[in-house]
Design a protein around this ligand. Sequence first.
Ligand SMILES: [Zn+2]
Length: 342
Amino acid sequence: MIPNLSNHSISAARLQSRRFNPARRAGRFVKGMLASFALLATCAAHAAAPMALTNPPGFYRVMLGRFEVTALSDGTMPGFDVQKLLTNKSVEATGLALEREFLTGKVEGSSNAYLINTGSKLVLIDTGAAGLFGPTLGRLPENLRASGYRPEQVDAVIITHMHPDHVGGLMAAGRMAFPNATIHADRREAAFWLSQANLDAAPEANKDFFKGAMASVNPYVQAGKFKPFDGASELVPGIRVQPAPGHTAGHSFVVVESDAQKLVLWGDLIHAAAVQFPHPEVTIAFDGDPQAAATQRWKAFAEAAREGYLIGAAHISFPGLGRVRPDGAAYRWVPVQYGVLR
Ligand SMILES: [Zn+2]
């Protein structure tokens, strides 16, 4: 076929005129600019979304054999002044230990409790502070609910010791927060903190600790729901307490075992992980008997490192679950890996 040369040349001429038509080019430029503005406007709209400024609810769950373990956050203490509160320390060594973990003097201190579902019993270990320890704690009830449980379902509460950040949550708005639970704590702990004579004799600065324990535990005592234990005992099948005095006179560990797996809940064995793992001898102003607390810590770290069992600790960064490794003359903390339950 012979090409129609005339048509071809007309098309070429049209093409030429399109290519070099300045008005058309200007129109395209404006269209392009408008498209760019539209894109920018879309991006700007995304950037203007309000920030959420919250974290998801503070609970984290692992399985221990057949038991379900839920770490519950009661909140964090933003001004935890490690250099001021730690005792029996060298300021330089403490500073260095903090620096190694990118921390300065004021640490964000976690406060954790643990909920164990054995399949037949629901057991809470420590209850958070409610209103007894400042406005940043007291979140346990909302996190318990967010984790899928209601306070009325709790069968037993085990108190590691009666400091306000552990017992305060026993009460909620003047009522027993766990109305169907039996409350357990070491008899020596109860004798010390629930004693009017000890409250009267206490220095002014410590009186609130006694008052907090009394306000939190006495309603359960009066209702016949407080059952103290005497040293090592099994309170629920698979859950036993083990005396660990030092921080307080009746301070106890809670040992949870299922299908040959073991979790030891340390209560307040440790307050500043960054410092006390490398320096277990360092104590804290809240220790009732600092020397005994340090001895207890060395012993517990050695056993945990030797046996490799899971640890839960009230004041290690949430969820406070992990294991211990020997590290030179001392120890280091190995947090659990994040995992989704299947
Ligand atoms: Zn505590």
